[in-house]
Design a protein around this ligand. Structure first.
Ligand code: AMP
Length: 546
């Protein structure tokens, strides 16, 4: 075979540091605003960010770490955390974001497994850190992200971030290396078994940033003001700390205060146009703006994912002038895989049909490929009806979990554990996590469909649908409801009303057999409903039909 003719373009590696250096050079006035643990609002420019990220890279150099050494973070969204993102990855080390909402034993397992050498943490996690220190003897330094004057006393040896970087000059050149080097690490918050690490590369992160900014993805631009409410410890805040610098958009980081009033205040005071979070966050914000009779002046787009966005929530936000972009992804996918957007051929459809498309989890963004398969790995039709196991592949999808001995792939595809259908236009709809599907008399009932209907009821705050064993049908759906506060109705009357609410909205045999009320639906560390726990709690629930 004759030798191929190579292109003659520059072979610049796709490095995370280039997102920062490019933004500092071409968007030098770009503001980064943070609500700090110190209690104030901090603001500086991307040039300041780069200066301090370089100081951090210099300070880390003194530790004689190796390329790829892991540096942990347990922190909310803030400018110091952003400096660690860039200073650590930019210098060839790996930024390991740890979810502080997990149990201490799980966190200790993750830190040991990742072999973190230094850990940076927000002061609000100091009590947790004091528990972790004896459990993680291999960590060489624990560094608190707070002004030195506000450091809390501790019997443990804890350093201060500002002091750590104080004496560095910032005169540092980002090193150039292979774009396939690891850049960051995030563990899945597995509800069963030990968490598993997804190890991202510079290349995968930069490609994900490009793709996620596209018009049919999150449609980010230099005119945006971006507020990532999704935490930087949850899949890199869905890539927004990278993609915002890629497009040159102002970044607003909300710190630890994620309640409705605090988020609303930032949306208004910083003129935010775009935000991102799981549905539970928006439920809190909607309740607040409704109760206070407020509106938004600049906020116009929000990406919702992590769990299915209920159509009722989409409609409410739209009434307030906010376009809801429903997206699907996972830790293993950096995270974005699909985004719900219309095609030209959808524009002539009526509003109802358009809404149905936008309520699905959406089309793949270029780079990701997906298919659905049956139990024998036969590919199923993309007709919007057939449903099966969703598999994906692409340059920002993991191939193997960190330190695993074998590939995570089946037949070259990553099995997501989600069950879905895909229509002829490529719109994917998740019907369930495979373990949450309700298998009734040989038919599958989508728990998400039933939850979406339930949260449309005016008295329902949150709804989880789980399966309960049934002697005739194997499993039947039970609806677990968290009510809105201050309702006059008795539980019995409300239950009857909710079940009646399903009539005509789903097939008769899919209507839940029973409704139970609980004070708070338990959430996982990433804000998803803990159905495993609910299934355990209600496994002996007596259905009325028995
Ligand atoms: P995580 O890795 O914690 O981000 O969880 C990924 C899982 O969250 C996916 O495999 C889905 O089960 C679920 N998920 C993410 N986005 C959505 C969505 N838009 N609708 C339904 N489920 C979702």
């Amino acid at each position: 075979m004759t030798q191929a003719l190579l292109g003659q373009m520059m072979n610049s590696p796709l490095l995370i540091s280039s997102l920062l250096s490019s933004a500092a050079r071409h968007h030098s006035k770009l503001e980064i605003v943070s609500r700090r643990a110190e209690g104030d609002i901090h603001r500086y420019t991307v040039v300041d960010l780069q200066f301090r990220a370089k100081k951090l890279a210099q300070a880390l150099e003194r530790f004689h770490l190796h390329p790829g050494s892991r540096i942990g973070t347990m922190a909310w969204n803030g400018y110091r955390h952003l400096e660690i993102y860039y200073g650590v990855s930019g210098s060839g080390l790996v930024c390991h974001t740890i979810n502080p909402r997990l149990f201490p034993e799980q966190i200790a397992y993750i830190i040991q497994h990742a072999e973190d050498e230094i850990i940076f943490f927000d002061q609000s996690f100091q009590a947790l850190v004091e528990v972790l220190i004896p459990l993680c003897p291999n960590v060489k330094k624990w560094i608190c992200l707070i002004d030195p004057a506000l450091m809390q006393k501790s019997e443990k040896e804890i350093d201060n971030y500002e002091s750590f970087i104080a004496h560095e000059s910032g005169d540092y050149v980002w090193p150039t290396f292979d774009e396939n080097w690891a850049s960051s690490l995030c563990y899945t918050s597995g509800t069963t078994g030990n968490p598993k690490g997804a190890l991202y590369s510079h290349r995968s992160t930069v490609l994900h940033s490009y793709a996620s900014a596209l018009p049919d993805s999150l449609s980010l631009s230099a005119t945006d003001v971006i507020l990532p409410v999704v935490p930087m410890f949850h899949v890199n805040a869905w890539g927004l700390p990278y993609s915002s610098l890629l497009v040159g958009a102002k970044l607003v980081l909300p710190g630890a205060k994620l309640d409705g009033p605090s988020i609303y205040e930032l949306l208004e005071s910083e003129k935010v146009t775009f935000s991102a979070a799981v549905p539970t966050i928006w439920a809190g914000l909607i309740q607040y703006i409704k109760s206070q009779n407020l509106s938004f002046s600049t906020f116009n787009r929000v990406v919702i994912g992590g769990s299915a966005c209920p159509p009722a929530m989409m409609r409410t936000l739209q009434e307030y002038g906010v376009e809801v972009i429903h997206a699907w992804g996972m830790t293993e996918l950096s995270p974005i895989g699909t985004v719900a957007k219309l095609k030209a051929s959808d524009l002539s459809k009526n509003i109802h049909d358009q809404e149905i498309i936008l309520q699905k989890q959406g089309r793949v963004i270029f780079g990701v490929d997906m298919r659905i398969v049956d139990g024998n790995l036969n590919e199923l039709a993309q007709d919007g009806k057939a449903f099966g196991d969703l598999q994906v592949k692409g340059p920002w999808v993991i191939q193997q979990y960190f330190k695993a001995n074998e590939s995570a792939l089946i037949d070259g595809w990553f099995p997501t554990g989600d069950v879905s259908n895909i229509d002829a236009d490529g719109n994917m709809q998740i019907t369930d996590r495979s373990k949450d599907v309700i298998k009734s008399g040989g038919e599958w009932i989508s728990s998400i469909d039933l939850e979406n209907v339930a949260v449309g009821h005016p008295s329902v705050m949150m709804a989880a649908c789980i399966s309960v064993a049934h002697p005739k049908w194997d499993e039947r759906p039970l609806l677990v409801i968290e009510k809105k506060l201050d309702l006059d109705l008795s539980d019995e009357a409300l239950k009857a009303d909710i079940l009646q609410f399903f009539v005509g909205k789903v097939a008769k045999w899919c209507i839940p057999d029973d409704v139970v009320f609980i004070d708070k639906i338990p959430l996982t560390a990433t804000g998803k409903m803990q159905k495993l726990k609910l299934r355990e709690q209600f496994k002996n629930h007596q259905l009325p039909s028995l």
